[in-house]
Design a protein around this ligand. Structure first.
Ligand code: A3P
Length: 306
């Protein structure tokens, strides 16, 4: 590991950008015990992993809406590496997260566990990488431009990012945002696509035909639901419904961050929820840079997020 941007280090071959605090947990994350019936939600930050987590938790838990509405998402779907992202106890409003951020909490969670991760494939627990445990893993994909805009707002909110949007885009392209470089992170999963325990889901297809995605994911997870049940779940997962649902919109923490003046941003977690909205925010020059960079990274890989 070596320093790369204040507060971050680069890890491994792909120069994966992680908070300095990560180093303390690298080994515990690698040796973390996996169960065969775990379900993983994987994806770069801001690709729709919370949306997908809510869908998967409900599919796995036999559409238990009462359970979903009464407990915040971070208590039901733990983020594997959350403990390693920052000294969470130092963050205002994070008191709630503290006891849910540790690996111990995940280790003891009721099974089947739903676990989310933004980590590069090579940093996942050894048992997953070497195939001794084969939990089902759903990988979420979204275009890099919308993910970048979303991460910019998120970074203003939770990382006190104060640079310009243009500067953030430059950092994103250079792989110097948390969990970057974006395409290296995405391709690290794509390279594993031959494994039958992985399923890829696109943000765009969730926007275009959510019931079809619910069906596909349910089948993958060994569940069958009726058309009516799928219809109801689609409504529950709609942007409008999730935006006002305190169990998934992180409003408690975001409001606290605003209240104590940690951030001056007025953004929220479930923010815009669109495909292609980056065109209203990015300059034509920057869009060209993203296009060329995406082409260069995806060339010959067979991967498309459209
Ligand atoms: P935007 O900031 O572009 O709106 P993650 O959970 O991986 O951090 O991703 C967050 C992104 O997913 C945000 O994107 C958020 O609005 C979007 N999102 C969350 N729930 C959604 C939903 N029900 N429909 C569409 N987009 C959703």
């Amino acid at each position: 590991t070596s320093p790369i941007r204040t507060g971050y280090v680069e890890v491994g071959e792909d120069k994966f950008c992680l908070p300095v605090y990560y180093q303390k947990y690298e080994e515990s994350l690698k040796s973390f015990d996996i169960f065969e019936d775990d379900v993983f939600i994987c994806g770069h930050p801001k690709t729709g992993t919370t949306w997908c987590s809510e869908m998967i938790w409900l599919i796995v838990n036999n559409l238990n809406y009462e359970g979903a509405l009464s407990k915040e998402i971070y208590k039901r779907v733990s983020q594997l590496e959350l403990c390693s992202l920052f000294n969470i106890s130092e963050k205002p409003g994070a008191d709630n997260y503290n006891k849910y951020a540790g690996l111990q909490y995940i280790a003891e969670a009721a099974r089947p566990r739903c676990i989310k991760t933004h980590l590069h494939w090579s940093l996942l627990p050894d048992q997953i990488q070497n195939g001794t445990k084969k939990p089902k893993m759903v990988v979420v994909l979204r275009n890099s431009e919308d993910s970048c805009v979303s991460l910019y707002h998120h970074s203003q909110m939770v990382e006190k990012y104060t640079g310009t949007f243009e500067e953030f885009c430059t950092l994103f392209l250079a792989g110097r945002v948390c969990f970057g470089p974006f395409w290296k992170q995405v391709l690290s999963y794509w390279e594993q696509k031959y494994r039958p325990n992985l399923l890829f889901v696109k943000y765009k297809e969730m926007k275009e035909d959510l019931p079809a995605v619910i069906k596909k994911v349910s089948t993958f997870l060994g569940k069958t639901y009726t058309e009516e049940e799928i219809e109801k779940l689609s409504k529950h997962l709609s942007f409008e419904s999730m935006k006002k649902n305190p169990a998934v919109n992180h409003e408690e923490v975001f409001n606290k961050l605003k209240e104590v003046g940690y951030t001056t941003s007025d953004s929220c977690f479930i923010r815009s929820g669109k495909v292609g909205a980056f065109k209203l925010k990015m300059s034509p020059d920057m869009i060209k840079k993203f296009e060329a960079w995406t082409k260069e990274n995806l060339n010959g890989t067979g991967l498309s997020v459209e």
